[in-house]
Ligand binder design. Structure first.
Ligand code: SAH
Length: 216
């Protein structure tokens, strides 16, 4: 039984109104954020903060992204029903749930064993069934490529070359690129076998995309 009250619903409605004011306009993105019970993705100590537009710790030194950032990246990704999407950085699973809500076929990869184990059990328990993988997102998922869209939810020092090559022609990669302290939101479209177009969409701060995997 999902712990979901009318209070949670009301708070979520207010969150969505706030995101509209901040420039998230895509109706299916807003509808998805309005449907996903974000309070269930957070440690119980932070539940009262679940519907504030802020990032929060989720354990293992990681954070659940700020709702505005989730809205911004998801809007930029331009998700269509039935698309095959790879998310790098599963974390709490919140972003993956938003993509599933939008009717995408979601693959998500996490490098920390502890988070992978927790999230891949938790998501189906509340009705979301993306394909979860433990591994290094820099390498993507070559066995399942190509993807319509790829979304990276950690800050990368450079555009991961293997991810670019796992896009369909016409597919899109959204990845924050920069230093540890500041990244530019980059939108990369694969326009041909070896042709890519890139646009930048302002500054953000994500936890870093790290190489390799850790078994805890
Ligand atoms: N999308 C998440 C927020 C992610 S925070 C959510 O909605 O909650 C970034 C996540 O990326 C962290 O969980 C971190 O462990 C993971 N990460 C960092 N480098 C990675 C890599 N190379 N491959 C896969 N995951 C990675």
């Amino acid at each position: 039984m999902i712990n979901e009250t009318s209070r949670h619903k009301g708070l979520r409605k207010r969150l969505v109104e706030g995101l509209k004011v901040k420039g998230i306009r895509n109706p299916s993105v807003l509808e998805a954020i309005g449907n996903v019970p974000r309070h269930l993705f957070m440690d119980s100590g932070f539940i009262n903060f679940a519907y504030k537009d802020q990032a929060f710790p989720i354990g293992a030194g990681q954070t659940i992204s700020q709702p505005y950032t989730v809205g911004f990246q998801t809007q930029l990704l331009d998700v269509q029903k039935g698309e095959k999407i790879l998310e790098v950085g599963t974390g709490s699973g919140y972003q993956a749930a938003v993509l599933v809500e939008m009717g995408a076929k979601v693959f998500t990869i996490e490098r920390q064993k502890e988070l992978y184990t927790k999230t891949h059990k938790f998501l189906p328990s509340i009705g979301y069934k993306p394909a979860c993988f433990f591994g290094d997102g820099y390498k993507g998922l070559p066995d399942f490529a190509p993807f319509d869209k790829i979304l990276v939810t950690a800050g990368a020092p450079l555009v991961p070359p293997e991810l670019k090559m796992q896009l369909k022609i016409g597919g899109k990669l959204v990845v924050p690129v920069g230093s540890d302290k500041h990244q530019d939101m980059c939108e990369i479209v694969r326009t041909g076998e070896n042709d890519f177009k890139m646009k930048k969409h302002g500054g953000f701060v994500f936890v870093p995309l790290l190489k390799g995997t850790v078994n805890f």
